[in-house]
Write a protein that binds this ligand. Structure first.
Ligand code: GLP
Length: 240
């Protein structure tokens, strides 16, 4: 595990974007595994800026996202499909046909997870971007998710519902379920890039980097992956 500690969120975002841009420059057909949440927004902003100023092209890039809320349509402003369009896809030259997220309004959620798992057999990310839940979740793999899980419907924990309620008008509007890549899918990426900032993540960062490898802290599994870079600000790294 390579841990890069930055002064603040802005520097974290800059460093993380540089890593992704380098991958795309070296391989114009790269597959990007993408994440939502507030952590990667700055990274995406730097990618957009670089695209506009330096012309890095995503024309032949494909993407797969980690997760999506169940019951939110792609035009709902809290859906992850909407998040990806507004925070990244609409501002770079990626062909939106080559972008993929689980469909949270599929009539058969298990069939949708099966479809996504099949897709992930052919679209293996060159880099998988991850954020970190304050309880150590990655994607929506909540504590005690088995490490061999693949894309599956998830019941969100109270902790995650509370964390994510800040983005909704009220906590009652937060979906109780999501579809998420499993830990096994995440570990199949060729490399992993985690962005994490803030004091409220410090405990989870410590467990992830220095703690025991256990499903109780899903991100601890990353210790088993050969190519992981964690870019974290000094608040998130404060307990290391
Ligand atoms: C959400 C997402 C995760 C994200 C995490 C942290 O629930 N499903 O993919 O990494 O929580 O979010 P944030 O970056 O906003 O703190």
């Amino acid at each position: 595990m390579k841990v890069i500690i930055t002064e603040n969120y802005a520097e974290m975002s800059q460093k993380a974007a540089e890593i992704i841009i380098e991958i795309v420059k070296n391989n114009p057909n790269a597959v990007l595994g993408l994440a939502t949440g507030s952590s990667p927004i700055g990274t995406y902003q730097n990618m957009i800026k670089d695209h506009q100023e330096n012309g890095t092209s995503y024309k032949n890039v494909s993407s797969v996202n980690l997760d999506e809320y169940v019951s939110l349509t792609a035009d709902h402003d809290q859906s992850y499909a909407y998040f990806m369009r507004t925070n990244l896809f609409d501002h770079i030259d990626i062909d939106q046909k080559n972008t993929n997220l689980p469909n949270g309004v599929a009539s058969d959620l298990q069939a949708e997870c099966d479809r996504y798992n099949k897709l992930l057999e052919t679209l293996v990310p060159d880099v998988q971007v991850l954020g970190l839940g304050s309880n150590g979740h990655i994607g929506f793999n909540e504590p005690n998710t088995p490490f061999d899980a693949v894309t599956h419907p998830v019941k969100l924990t109270e902790n995650t519902i509370k964390d994510n309620s800040r983005l909704f008008n009220s906590i009652d509007e937060v979906p109780r379920q999501a579809l998420s890549m499993g830990i096994k899918n995440i570990m199949q990426a060729k490399s992993i890039l985690m962005v994490v900032s803030g004091k409220n993540k410090a405990e989870a960062v410590k467990g992830m980097v220095q703690g025991k490898i256990t499903p109780e802290l899903p991100a601890s599994v990353l210790q088993l992956h050969p190519f992981v870079t964690i870019v974290c600000d000094k608040d998130a790294a404060s307990l290391l």
